[in-house]
Design a protein around this ligand. Structure first.
Ligand code: AHG
Ligand code: MN
Ligand code: MN
Length: 338
């Protein structure tokens, strides 16, 4: 058993990181603690799913037309309640809120929080890993004008923190502030996130490819060629094993640790893909780049895309650097004339 001196709690880790920045005022650290608290509350509820009547559909649709699950809404409100009166954020935007929620004027702080409260929610009822994704930006609006959508619509390269919580075989929180990626595992017996994965690096070439192959007939020839190459291998690419959970966070996390590529490309039914830029693609892109990987929409670096709407979708190609570069090389090439 670990003695207390060898255990690094997330609180100690965040405090040590803050000391490296003498100009820091502590607000960002406190915002991260707020998110840790929300993560613990959501984790507790996820672990009880199936035991309480919180499990199951609520019968309403969210802005993307998905059936909202009760846990989706529980997670949505838990995160919002953890930050909204803290004086550290000025506005929040969530997958489950049609429009951003502006904090009361006198409580508006200097950060912006964008989040997917429960990712992979179709997996709740079947006891499969799900997660929460978050992205933090600095506010760009002035105190006088007040917070607005403008604060949310910033390109991903401006993120100051991004990360996710994975409710898997254990609960993990993984985040980056732009100084590497660090992972913490929740010890449920003491209710603390403990540093378990310092300085995560993702392999340059992955073992896995992750994509919903039932969309094959709706893909462009270029997407079909990329997936066929990962499946079968060719001169330059060694054939990979397929893994697809259907929860972005869980698929992403496995590939981050073991090496791999996740694709949710555009298809004839979803010309912009399915995943959302601000609170799914961009935060995971920041994490993966900090771990040595890459993320594109098939042509452009995800972090360079300037969003125009809150729930904007984007195709996503993310994971091990060499695999993403290979896929992007094919997807970005002009179509061969027939
Ligand atoms: P959410 O539950 O937040 O709406 O996200 C679901 C997403 C993502 O988690 C996953 O990668 C993808 O939907 C799976 O989609 P398909 O079922 O089309 O493969
Ligand atoms: Mn999601
Ligand atoms: Mn969701």
């Amino acid at each position: 058993m670990d003695s207390l001196t060898s255990v690094v709690t997330i609180e100690r880790f965040i405090m040590e990181q803050e000391r490296l920045h003498p100009e820091a005022t502590g607000e960002l650290s406190n915002l991260l603690y707020d998110l840790c608290l929300a993560a613990k509350i959501i984790s507790r509820q996820v672990r009880r799913a199936g035991l309480t009547d919180i499990l199951g559909g609520s019968g309403t649709l969210n802005v993307s037309g998905d059936l909202q699950q009760k846990l989706d809404m529980f997670a949505n409100e838990t995160v919002r309640n953890a930050v909204q009166h803290s004086g550290r954020v000025c506005i929040t935007a969530s997958e489950e809120d049609e429009t951003p929620r502006v904090c009361p004027r006198e409580e508006q702080g200097k950060y912006v929080l964008l989040y997917d409260p429960l990712d992979g929610s179709m997996n709740i009822d079947v006891n499969v890993s799900i997660g929460t994704i978050f992205s933090i930006h600095r506010r760009v609006s002035g105190q006088q004008e007040g917070a607005s959508d403008r604060d949310c619509l910033q390109p991903g390269y401006r993120q100051v923190v991004a990360g996710y919580i994975l409710y898997g075989s254990s609960t993990m929180l993984v985040y980056t502030t732009g100084a590497g990626v660090h992972g913490f595992t929740l010890d449920p017996t003491i209710g603390e996130f403990l540093l378990s994965h310092p300085r995560i690096r993702t392999p340059d070439v992955g073992r896995y490819y992750s994509v919903n192959e039932s969309n094959w007939n709706r893909w462009s020839p270029a997407v079909q060629r990329v997936v066929a190459t990962f499946k079968n291998g060719d001169g330059a690419v060694v054939a990979k094993n397929a893994r697809y959970i259907g929860s972005l966070v869980a698929d992403f996390h496995r590939n981050l640790i073991s090496g791999g590529i996740f694709l949710y490309p555009a298809d004839s039914r979803s010309p912009e893909g399915k995943l959302r830029l601000l609170y799914e693609a961009a935060p995971l892109a920041f994490v993966v780049e900090q771990a040595g990987g890459a993320a594109t929409d098939g042509r452009r670096r995800i972090l360079d895309i300037s969003p125009t709407t809150i729930h904007q979708k984007s195709p996503l190609v993310i994971g091990s650097r060499a695999d993403v570069e290979f896929a992007t090389g094919i997807l970005a090439a002009p179509p061969v004339p027939v």
